[in-house]
Design a protein around this ligand. Structure first.
Ligand code: SRM
Ligand code: SF4
Length: 572
């Protein structure tokens, strides 16, 4: 099957398809646009191509109205997202990201829900320097955003260190193999000389993607049971490590998860992926490539809201997917193997594995900054200066100071104490299991606050928890500023999705292990109603729960919401 032959359409191609097609493999007019000094922004079509290079044009929404009144253009600035498969950073890389954030960005770093760094507030004039400094630190930002395979996630909590090391290597291999091959990134940001490629065919330039890349973003994660920290069922494509007698035997493969939806449009919904079979480790790159090409060929290129792989599968069915995959592979997946998850949050504190120590710190909503009473950014910088192991960003926006030797442990403990860094033990278990997306002021799609609001909402829920005796009860709570679901809120036992300033839809009943979606409980409510709604449920839970019964399970048993095992039932 050639690339051209297979571009099946559900309607006329969207504008984005034209932009990709005419971009000469992601070049467009990015060079000219960034050289232009008249505006601090770049043209619309270029903002769309820029995503493939790992950056978004944004504007500071806190000052948008005021600037508009003054007839000034929006306060344009850029967010840059790094590609860091498995979320690993060396101390040198940490120091470079910290330096860039302070030199060119807004003085903070965001650890994302896909285990990487984002830097916000970078001005147009500093973009190229920033990209070059990131690359000098042996990171890049290729395909961190855009209609391509995104940062490959890998379970971060090292329960089984050997397996984690192997899984991390696979996440790098998958990420590298599925990178776009165009040299556009290197030419635009790293001044690589342009090779005359007009004689090259589409298959030669982009053998996997073709000139139009994918219909939509594509996400891969690898989970190592019993931890489902990567929320495997939310990934377009997932690999669940199957460990027998301590060895990695292979992976169960999952397909078709995703979180995004649009308020009021029931044709869009969060969906859980499903297991389609098993393969040995040496086969996963082949499986990933073939699955990605199936989505390339059959994904909806007309309606971007229905273009994710989950919709392709729901339209055509799992049997279709399996037979298409088997045909492309030339061999069949084996039967899935048994596995069990017991949580999707992080396990905090010190853990020993493979003779080294790993300290998981609680980083509220992934924001690394210096606050008056909490010099988190400085503390981590001082640790990076002496640390001989590495850092791991977790899928829950936390951070592991990893691979600490016995000799170094006292020094790390000293610095952790000096700067007051925390593994969350003084926080409620609810807060330790909380996640919020960025939202305002940088996210252009935010309808309500998220990262800046959830901590204070939790302060108030904690009062209820204390009264009910539930402070140490682990309950997963997630908030997103809009229904795109960047904090995977549909997998929160308590989930909030922004509707308008100060207003949220409240969802209840997801599975503690990330295996069940939640369901709408109250629509468009503000803080007062949120607290008034939660209080009786939490009290009833404290009184009536069965032994080891999770909050998400309880709200279903008690009849507050119905169980949702498929996204097709999410709105019903
Ligand atoms: Fe996301 C768009 C932030 C993880 C689903 N996401 C955005 C943008 C770029 C807004 C935009 O398009 O203009 C946000 C930038 C905000 C800012 O100011 O930084 C944004 N997404 C984030 C991050 C930083 C949230 C965080 O606080 O950690 C996460 C970065 C991950 C990374 O490192 O790559 C992030 N986004 C996710 C996830 C979670 C995941 O992947 O595990 C999801 C849900 C899973 C999924 O994709 O189904 C997610 N983001 C979206 C969507 C909805 C996609 C859809 O299928 O409808 C959008 C909007 C879009 O693509 O049109 C979006
Ligand atoms: Fe922005 Fe919405 Fe994603 Fe939050 S969920 S970061 S508001 S796109």
């Amino acid at each position: 099957m050639t690339l051209k032959q297979v571009q099946q359409q559900d309607g006329p191609p969207s504008e984005m398809e034209e932009i990709k097609n005419e971009s000469n493999y992601l070049r467009g007019n990015l060079v000219e646009s960034f050289e232009d000094r008249i505006s601090a922004g770049i043209p619309d079509a270029e903002t769309k191509l820029l995503k493939f290079h790992g950056s978004y044009q944004q504007d500071d929404r806190d000052v948008r109205i005021e600037r508009n009144k003054q007839k000034l253009e929006p306060a344009y600035q850029f967010m840059i997202r790094v590609r860091a498969p498995g979320g690993v950073a060396t101390p040198e890389q940490w120091l470079t990201m910290d330096d860039i954030a302070n030199k060119y960005g807004n003085g903070t770093l965001k650890l994302t829900t896909r285990q990487t760094f984002q830097m916000h507030g970078i001005l147009k004039w500093n973009m190229k320097k920033t990209m070059q400094e990131i690359n000098n630190a042996l990171y890049d930002t290729i395909a961190a955003c855009g209609d391509v395979n995104r940062n490959v996630m890998a379970s971060a909590n090292p329960y089984q260190s050997d397996v984690h090391a192997e899984v991390y290597e696979w996440s790098k291999k998958l990420s590298e193999h599925l990178l776009p091959r165009t040299r556009a990134y290197h030419e635009i940001w790293l001044d690589e000389e342009k090779v005359v490629d007009s004689l090259e065919s589409e298959e030669e330039v982009e053998p996997i993607y073709g000139a139009q890349y994918l219909p939509r973003k594509f996400k891969i994660g690898i989970a190592v049971p019993p931890s489902n920290d990567v929320d495997i069922y939310s990934q377009d494509l997932g690999f669940i490590a199957i460990i027998e007698d301590g060895d990695l035997k292979g992976f169960n493969i999952t397909a078709g998860g995703g979180m995004g939806m649009t308020h009021g449009d029931t044709n869009t919904y969060p969906q859980l992926s499903r297991v389609i079979g098993f393969c040995t480790p040496d086969k996963i790159v082949d499986v990933a490539e073939k699955i990605l090409t199936i989505q390339r060929d059959y994904g909806n290129r007309s309606e971007r809201k229905n273009a994710r792989f989950k919709y392709t599968i729901d339209r055509r069915g799992l049997d279709w997917l399996k037979s298409e995959l088997h045909e492309r592979l030339g061999w069949e997946l084996e039967e899935e193997r048994p596995y069990t998850f017991d949580h999707n949050g992080d396990r905090y504190g010190w853990l020993k594995g493979d003779g080294k120590w790993h300290l998981t710190l609680f980083i509220q909503n992934g924001r690394i900054a210096d606050w008056d009473d909490y010099p988190l950014m400085t503390g981590l910088r001082e640790i990076a200066k002496v640390h001989t192991g590495d850092f791991r960003m977790t899928p829950n926006q936390n951070l592991i100071i990893s691979n600490v030797t016995n000799d170094m442990k006292p020094k790390i403990i000293e610095l952790v104490n000096e700067y007051g860094l925390t593994d969350g033990k003084y926080n409620s278990a609810l807060r330790r299991n909380s996640m919020a997306c960025v939202a305002l002021p940088t996210c252009g799609l935010a309808m309500a606050e998220s990262e800046r609001y959830l901590p204070s909402l939790i302060d108030k829920i904690e009062v209820i928890l204390d009264e009910a005796g539930l402070r140490e009860e682990e309950i997963v709570i997630r908030m997103s500023g809009c229904p795109n679901g960047c904090s995977r809120p549909a997998l929160g036992e308590i989930g909030f999705i922004g509707k308008a300033p100060g207003k949220y839809n409240m969802y209840l009943g997801a599975g503690f292990t990330g295996d069940r979606l939640n369901k709408l409980y109250k629509e468009n409510i503000g803080e007062e109603e949120i607290l008034a709604s939660l209080k009786p449920i939490l009290f009833q839970y404290a009184k009536e729960r069965e032994e080891n019964e999770r909050f998400g399970d309880f709200v279903i048993r008690a009849g507050y919401v119905e169980e949702v095992r498929s996204g097709l039932d999410f709105h019903n």
